[in-house]
Design a protein around this ligand. Structure first.
Ligand SMILES: [Fe+2]
Length: 245
């Protein structure tokens, strides 16, 4: 059996502690494996050697390990109402050196720990080595691609207000700061649209293009937002993407 399969068995042993009757547990399990696929895809496109491909795979496999505990104990994925799930993932992995079930070398452990801890932050923390930074960026991309693909593609509620904060995030090419504000469908579209401003790899943009992620979000907004504003948003996004597409 190869290391990849051994790691999946270990991950399954961990997730078995949680009830898959809880649809959110099931959802995060599926999300994890889609992120794994994106991470592998990016790793191959970056010509990583086999060991580093395994590290990219592990960063993705373990990035949301704290989500199972979070939904089970708190019934929410809102970090502000429970715990920071990147930080908690880090804690789960260092407790009793659990991470050594997946890798032995200290350098490898640190790479995974930093990637897990930083995957959900607005910015990656300072002080990472070049290699730690590379894997942190890789898992952030893989995670964002899946979230962009799955969330923020429709408007079903009746809240059509585009707050300045959302509009300005597009204009300034920034992520939207996660807050406890009411989550309207428009907000979700903007949050996930602005993920493109924090994508790091060329392959990630290719996947985003292949899956027509941006087009789907802009189509969803069309008709709900004042035409002038909509044009500014479209121009800004297409202008930004020209650098990558
Ligand atoms: Fe996450």
């Amino acid at each position: 059996m190869n290391d990849f399969n051994k790691a999946i068995i270990e991950f399954n042993n961990y997730t078995k502690n949680f009830s898959f009757e809880n649809k959110d547990v099931k959802m995060k399990y599926k999300h994890t494996f889609r992120v794994v696929d994106y991470a592998k895809d990016i790793a191959i496109s970056e010509n990583l050697n086999e060991h580093d491909q395994y590290l990219a795979f592990l960063c993705a496999l373990l990035h949301d390990i704290a989500r199972f505990k979070q939904t089970t104990e708190y019934g929410t994925f809102n970090d502000l109402l429970s715990f920071d799930h990147g930080d908690m993932g880090y804690e789960i992995l260092i407790k009793d050196d659990y991470i050594s079930k997946f890798v032995n070398e200290d350098e490898d452990k640190k790479i995974i720990l930093k990637a897990v801890k930083n995957h959900n932050k607005f910015d990656i923390e300072e002080g990472l080595t070049k290699k730690e930074l590379f894997f942190a960026k890789l898992v952030r991309d893989a995670d964002k691609i899946d979230i962009m693909d799955m969330q923020g593609n429709n408007i079903n509620d009746n809240n059509f207000i585009v707050e300045d904060e959302l509009f300005n995030a597009v204009l300034n090419e920034n992520l939207v700061l996660i807050s406890n504000k009411a989550k309207s469908d428009i907000r979700r579209i903007f949050v996930t649209l602005c993920f493109i401003f924090d994508i790091n790899f060329k392959r990630s943009f290719e996947i985003i293009r292949e899956k027509k992620i941006i087009e789907r979000k802009l189509n969803a907004l069309e008709g709900y937002i004042e035409i002038g504003k909509m044009n500014i948003i479209k121009n800004k996004i297409f202008d930004f993407l020209k650098k990558w597409y």
